[in-house]
Design a protein around this ligand. Sequence first.
Ligand code: NAP
Length: 313
Amino acid sequence: MTLPARPVVAIAGATGHLGQHVTNAFLSSAFLDKFSEIVLLSRKEPNLLQPSDVRAGVKVTTRRYNENNLEEALQGVQILVNTVGPGGHEFKTKIAAVLPRTDIRVYFPSEFGVDHYVHDFAHLEWYEKKKHLANSQPVVTHMKICRIFCGLFLEDSIGPWFGLDTKNGKYTSVGSPRSPISFTSLQDVGKVVASLATFPEEKLPEIVHLAGDTRSISEIASIMQAAGAGPIEVAEIPYGAYKAKTTAESSWDPAAYLRFLMGDGSINHSAAGLGNDNDLVNPGQRLWRWKTLEDLARETKGRPWKDTVWPPK
Ligand SMILES: NC(=O)c1ccc[n+]([C@@H]2O[C@H](COP(=O)([O-])OP(=O)(O)OC[C@H]3O[C@@H](n4cnc5c(N)ncnc54)[C@H](OP(=O)(O)O)[C@@H]3O)[C@@H](O)[C@H]2O)c1
């Protein structure tokens, strides 16, 4: 059985930080009519989502789900996008367990970050993501699983939690400030998922690396200064000692880990780094124009997260 011409897609975690952007992309005129039904899944009251309706001949429905009715909630769905957040690892395990009793042919697990499969250290959050793939892979052999690695969310990343302290005019990199780092805006990640969901199963890759923009910390400082940030000092912390200290204790928080990954090229989703699939999902930028660091700089006058007090009190 292959996917129907206009499959039914469901979005788990549709109310979330990323899930809202994924939902908006599926509901946009560029993608809506490629599907016969778009199902928004939430554990909350359905009226927190958009009311069910029909748009341009496409059913848009909301279903309330929980760990006890997953099989029922996923009935009739052929493509499942999982955007469940870091709090939901056990819930995701329950989703993996019911997959064999559904019609799902294509599954996008909740990755949407860095490619932790290349790491040489352990981290609790990324361990759970690996475990989810290991749980999902063997249960349905005819199902295509596509993991999307988009690097860092553009809007969330030029902040003091990554050493990029606009308020005090200082960017501190762990390792070289000239290492390229890939960023993708939340909206563009949503469009990437919707675009990939239109692919025939046989053309859908198992792994996708994306980058709305790839820039080093030194370049980002220049871009922000040109947009009005004022002077930004770029400093460097030695990589080896920082990584050794950070990885010495297990953690659920990825921020400190991401800082050294930014410095060692592990979030470089360019052709010269981990590879780049931008042209596969958005050939020649004909579907949309990727949001860049310059766009973010223009929007924020070079001062993203300028009022943030860090660490939080
Ligand atoms: N690349 C990056 O920079 C970056 C940054 C942040 C996150 N991410 C990744 O993006 C993905 C989505 O993260 P997010 O920040 O958008 O997540 P989020 O907003 O924290 O959560 C998304 C949704 O997941 C559902 N959820 C939360 N806890 C749950 C639980 N215990 N059981 C079942 N469902 C639960 C909730 O939906 P309902 O309450 O409506 O059911 C929530 O709205 C994750 O894989 C995350 O690692 C990447």
